[in-house]
Design a protein around this ligand. Structure first.
Ligand code: FES
Length: 144
């Protein structure tokens, strides 16, 4: 007896069967919760892990907080979630040539302000406010 037939013998409806099959494997358009600590995050740009952010057109992925921090070609710091709003893949990266964010999973594209630029990006991308200190070596990423 196959799994579906077995479940039917238990009296489960089609909707219940679908839910059973879907648990843990189906994707939704839900945006994952904010991964940043309540007081945000501070990056020391003198640290080798983040020093590339002193250069225009660069970006780093901070895996623990699931964020991407970029410095655009115009020298503006931008922080966005690494989790795509299309199907929640953690594949957002910065594309320096266009100053856009792009998802490697299905090609969703987002502006540097998080606005969707194509159909897969239509839900936009969560952005975080950033602030660089006067010396240019400490970048604060706010949880807002
Ligand atoms: S999950 Fe990013 S484009 Fe589909």
């Amino acid at each position: 007896m196959k799994r579906k037939e077995f479940l039917r013998t238990l009296g489960l409806s089609s909707a219940a069967l679908w839910a059973t099959y879907c648990l843990g494997s189906c994707k939704t358009d839900e945006v994952k919760p904010n991964e940043l600590p309540a007081d945000g995050l501070t990056l020391n740009l003198n640290n080798a892990a983040y020093s590339s952010l002193k250069n225009n057109g660069s970006f780093v992925v901070i895996q623990d907080q699931k964020i991407v921090v970029a410095r655009t070609n115009a020298g503006v710091y931008v922080a966005v979630t690494r989790v795509c709003s299309h199907q929640q893949q953690e594949q957002i990266a910065f594309v320096a040539s266009s100053s856009e964010f792009e998802c490697g999973a299905h090609g969703a594209r987002f502006s540097s302000t998080g606005q969707g630029l194509n159909d897969n990006g239509r839900n936009g991308l969560r952005t975080y406010r950033t602030e660089i200190n006067q010396a240019g070596d400490t970048l604060k990423i706010f949880n807002s």
